[in-house]
Unconditional design. Structure first.
Length: 238
């Protein structure tokens, strides 16, 4: 009887060990997750802004990246919710939506199909150097890439990305189209502000379709008008 108990205990410990190993591999993202819905939360920092700049407290500090079946939306807010901005990319329908809210003003830009490609051609292009370096971010072994902006200053920064999160060609509608995975650490500069995004956590859960819809109370404006509005907003943060 004692030997049988010891044998059962050994089997139990063995099963627990195997389970722990399995969970470790899943947590480290060694295989592509079969989860197609969830949220990634990012921390936002400002590498080119002086640390004693009092406007830091009014700038966006967090970004939410919601995804569902190859559609995603990233959004952030500032000024105690007075300013909100979000981008929706729907690969299945080839649709891009940009929304911005400032107090009582609500504007939206919508692009479809070839209009997205045309818009992308007007933005600064990037050159990407892929490396063999790896960095673990929120449990995923991410590949390192060095991105250089094709501008006069040739600004360069580091991106870490993973292909283990189940989103097909996640950068198809932005300047990072060459990056073959979800970026968990990257940098973006526009409107005279440099923002660095670093993923803090990921949670797989059901996402409501409303996350990707355009509210009816937003006024549709042109791309030049949206650029003008966004520039004025970010100028007010400086």
């Amino acid at each position: 009887m004692l030997c049988a108990k010891k044998l059962s205990l050994n089997k139990l410990l063995h099963l627990i060990f195997l389970l722990a190993i399995t969970l470790t591999f899943v947590r480290c993202g060694d295989g592509v997750s079969n989860q197609t819905e969830g949220v990634i939360e990012y921390n936002i920092t400002y590498p080119k802004m002086e640390k004693d700049n009092f406007m830091r407290d009014f700038m966006p500090s967090k970004m939410k990246f919601s995804f569902k079946e190859n559609t995603y939306a990233n959004s952030f807010s500032a000024g105690m919710g007075m300013f909100k901005s979000s981008f929706v990319c729907n690969k299945n329908d080839q649709e891009f939506i940009q929304m911005v809210k400032l107090i009582n003003k609500k504007y939206a830009l919508t692009l479809n199909g070839d209009a997205i490609s045309k818009s992308m051609s007007l933005k600064p292009s990037y050159s990407v150097e892929f490396t063999n370096d790896i960095k673990n971010i929120i449990g995923y072994n991410c590949n390192k890439a060095i991105v250089t902006v094709n501008n006069e200053a040739h600004d360069a920064f580091i991106v870490y990305y993973t292909d283990k999160i189940n989103i097909e060609t996640p950068n198809w509608c932005n300047e990072f189209v060459e990056i073959p995975g979800v970026m968990l650490e990257y940098q973006y500069e526009k409107y005279g502000v440099c923002m660095r995004f670093s993923a803090e956590k990921i949670k797989f859960k059901k996402i409501d379709d409303d996350e990707f819809s355009l509210p009816t109370d937003y006024k549709i404006i042109s791309e030049p008008e949206m650029e003008k509005e966004m520039q004025e907003i970010f100028d007010s943060f400086k």
